[in-house]
Design a protein around this ligand. Sequence first.
Ligand code: GUN
Ligand code: ZN
Length: 451
Amino acid sequence: MNELLIRGRVLTFVDEPQGIDDTASYRYFEDGAVFVRTGKVAAIGDYSDVRKHLAADVKIADHRPHLVLPGLIDTHLHYPQTQAIASYGAQLLEWLNTYIFVEEQKLAGPEHAAFIAGRFMDELLSNGTTTAVAYCSVHTQSVDAYFTAAEQRGMLMVGGKVMMDRNAPEALRDTPLQGYDETKRLIDKWHGRGRALYAISPRFAITSTPEQMDMSRALVREHPDCYVQTHLSENKDEIAFATSLYPDAKDYTDIYARYDLLGRKTLLGHCIYLSDREISVLAETGSVGVFCPTSNLFLGSGLFDRDRFDRLGARWSVATDVGAGTSFSMLETMDEAYKVLHLQGQRLSPLNSFYRMTLGNARALDLEDRIGSLHAGADADIVVLDSNGKSAMELRMRTAKSLAEELFILQTMGDDRCVAEVYVAGTPMKGRIGTVAAADGSIVGIQRETA
Ligand code: GUN
Ligand code: ZN
């Protein structure tokens, strides 16, 4: 049997922290351990307690003095845009046309798609992210490359083929029927295979005709266990364009509501300029607004109003939104989230940041029984964080007096240099990054050992 005892300062959330020192919201073991058996968490607790029930020769990974947490979760990004991060000088619609719709055409090539998918997964892992929800390109082979790369690494990944049948270059357009047929075939092939989960992905109202929205509705009805992902209310020009294309809709949110695309499995990227009415519709339907701080700053889009989401009872999650997002790191993302909220007089406590990257995002996906927290029976997706990962951090850490302060330093100063190890279903991955050879001999990523 495949067994491993992971030792370190174990931290896992059990609920959303209600304040800076809400110690009831998490479990913390100063000398703690997570016992992993065949890819699942079998036990968690104080090292001495967990250890005494195990065989004398149990394999131990001693990560002291580092923190051991559930793997981080990213709820919105675009894998075809991995090489388009840092594209200069444009806001959303110009940025899409100038850079992104050019870049995404490259995914027509299966070799390029496999290369980018492999590198994408490795970037996530390098940054301690073990699950993500991503858009693929319009090409079905980009979805195959994505889930193949995830499967090679054993990762629980959510994704889907983008559907768009207008306002995009010819080479990136499908048709309503083609988008439907291809999505259906991809769901049959991938959804529930291993750890793969599918997201039905009409890109946004601007790039889908009413006919394609009808087809999206049919897909959602026929596959209620799949996720739905799209974009909503990110940029003022986008809102004006989208609502002009659907003149009968009350507002942007109503476009998706009319096509029955809202619900507990729906993730809506950005949600910056929503009215109270729109946020209330998200609350009623259980839809999730996805806060993408680095992207919203980079594209000059605007500021996500978290307090209004909370006040109106709507669900929200956090995400990088690479390639408009400027980093794969969820730590750097929460650093920017803190600043975006600060600009609006809102606070984001370090406990809440770490809750959001783990259990909070797992709850947004309704996957909290499997990922986002370390409890018996959970998948053993784990990140080990080194709070002294940079010299400036080491200096700052000398004055830290509490766990909350340490977490705030990690979030404010940390990046991939603070990820000492990452486990996917109990397998350590950090040392294997960049070691899978593609058919043509090029290196595309990690080959996962089969248990
Ligand atoms: N809206 C529609 N497509 C995109 C995209 O690729 N990135 C962002 N940030 N917004 C979008
Ligand atoms: Zn996006």
